[in-house]
Design a protein around this ligand. Structure first.
Ligand code: QUE
Length: 338
C-alpha cells in the first residue's frame, strides 16, 4: 500500500501528517517490516508526539510492500544479541511499552492488517481501536516454534477468545484469516485490500471524523470454530491436551497434535500457564507478565536454538532442551513467573 510520504525512501518509518491524520508506515519490506529496536523507538516516539498534538485527530499504521503489515520482532537482531551474550537490550521493554501505549491511546488508532500480521505485528494491531483486516490477512502468534511464547500482550486477547480457540492459537501458532480474526476479537472491520487506499484517502481528508461516514462493507462469514478445539484444549496440562488431540477422530486434531509436538516443550508449558493467568489480568498486567517471562526465556537454550532452526539455518529441526513435555520441570516453569 502506498500513499504520499515525507522523508528519504530508505527510512525505516515513513511519516506523513495531513488533514488531522498522522500516518506511519513501517518501511522494512525486505524484512517483512520486522520490528527492530530502532523501528519500535521511532514508531513509539511518533505515537507519543501525535497523542499530545491537538491538530491530530486519528493515527493510521500501515506496512510497506505487498507481503504484509509486520512479521514480528526483528528476531535476527534478537538472536545476535542473545547469542553474543549482550542479551536482548531494551527490545522487549520498549516493545511492550509501545503495546501499552497503543492499548491506552487517547485517539482513534487505525491499523490495516493487510497480509501477514504475526507476533510483534499483532502487538501493533490488536490493541488498537480500529483494526482493519482484508482478504489477504493472516494472523498468528507462532512464537512457541522459536522457543518463545505469544508476547506483546496477545495473551490478554487469546484468553478472551470464544471457548478454547485462543488456547489453540497460542499453543499451535495456527494462522487465521481476516473474518476469523474479527470473530476471535482481534479485529473490527473487513475491507478488501484494493479498497485500503480509499480508507487512507478518507482519513487523510477528514481525520477521525471520516471513520463515522466510511462505508465499511459487510464482513464475510467466518468459518465456525471446529468442535474438536473446545473438546481438546481445556485444562491446565499441555500433555493432556496433546493426548486428547492425538486420539481425537478428527484429522485436524491429530495434525495439531503432531504440529505441537514439534514446538518447544518449555515454550508450550509456560504459554499455557501464562494464558490461564492472563484471563483475570488487565492488559498492563499481561504486558508486565510478558516482560518477566521474556527475561527468563533469554536465559534458556530454546530461544537461540529455535531462531537458528527457523530463521538462520532454516533446517526447521530444532533440538529442544528439555526435548519433551514430560521432561519439563514444573519448578523451572514456576520460576519463569518470578
Ligand atoms: C516466530 C516469530 C517470528 C518469525 C517466525 C516465527 C518473528 C519474525 C519473523 C520474520 C522476520 C523477518 C522476516 C521474516 C520473518 O519470523 O517474530 O520472513 O523477513 O519477525 O516462527 O516470532
Amino acid at each position: 500500500m502506498t500513499s504520499p510520504q515525507t522523508g528519504a525512501p530508505d527510512e525505516i518509518l515513513l511519516v506523513s501528517v495531513e488533514g488531522g491524520l498522522g500516518h506511519a508506515t513501517l518501511n522494512r519490506p525486505r524484512q517483512l517490516n520486522a520490528l527492530s529496536v530502532e523501528l519500535i523507538d521511532q514508531l513509539a516516539a511518533r505515537l507519543r508526539a501525535w497523542a499530545a498534538d491537538d491538530t491530530i485527530t486519528a493515527v493510521l499504521v500501515t506496512g510497506a510492500g505487498d507481503r504484509g503489515l509486520c512479521a514480528g520482532g526483528d528476531i535476527k537482531q534478537l538472536y545476535a544479541g542473545v547469542k553474543s551474550g549482550d542479551g536482548p537490550g531494551d527490545f522487549f521493554e520498549h516493545e511492550y511499552a509501545m503495546n501499552l501505549l497503543i492499548a491506552q491511546y487517547p485517539k482513534p488508532y487505525v491499523v490495516v492488517m493487510d497480509g501477514i500480521t504475526m507476533g510483534g505485528g499483532v502487538g501493533i494491531s490488536v490493541h488498537g481501536s480500529v483494526r482493519v483486516v482484508t482478504e489477504r490477512t493472516l494472523v498468528a502468534m507462532p512464537e512457541a516454534g522459536i522457543g518463545l511464547f505469544p508476547d506483546v500482550g496477545a495473551l490478554y486477547w487469546l484468553a478472551r477468545c470464544p471457548g478454547e480457540f485462543g488456547t489453540h492459537l497460542a499453543l499451535s501458532g495456527a494462522r487465521i484469516d481476516g473474518p476469523t480474526a474479527i470473530a476471535a476479537g482481534f479485529a473490527d472491520h473487513f475491507l478488501p485490500s484494493d479498497r485500503a487506499p480509499e480508507l487512507v484517502a478518507a482519513l487523510t481528508a477528514g481525520g477521525a471524523a471520516a471513520l463515522q461516514s466510511f462505508g465499511w462493507p459487510e464482513t464475510p462469514v467466518a468459518q465456525p470454530t471446529p468442535a474438536w478445539i473446545d473438546e481438546c484444549y481445556s485444562g491446565n496440562d499441555v500433555t493432556e491436551i496433546v493426548a486428547r488431540l492425538a486420539s481425537h477422530p478428527h484429522p485436524d486434531a491429530v495434525a495439531a497434535a503432531r504440529l505441537i509436538g514439534t514446538l518447544s516443550p518449555t515454550s508450550l508449558t509456560v504459554t499455557l500457564a501464562a494464558l490461564r493467568r492472563a484471563a483475570t489480568m488487565d492488559i498492563a498486567a499481561v504486558l508486565a507478565q510478558d516482560l518477566v517471562l521474556t527475561g527468563h526465556f533469554v536465559n534458556v537454550p530454546d530461544l537461540v536454538e529455535g531462531i537458528r532452526a527457523q530463521l538462520i539455518d532454516k533446517d526447521r529441526t530444532p533440538r529442544w532442551d528439555p526435548p519433551t513435555l514430560a521432561d519439563v520441570d514444573p519448578d523451572t516453569v514456576a520460576a519463569f513467573f518470578a
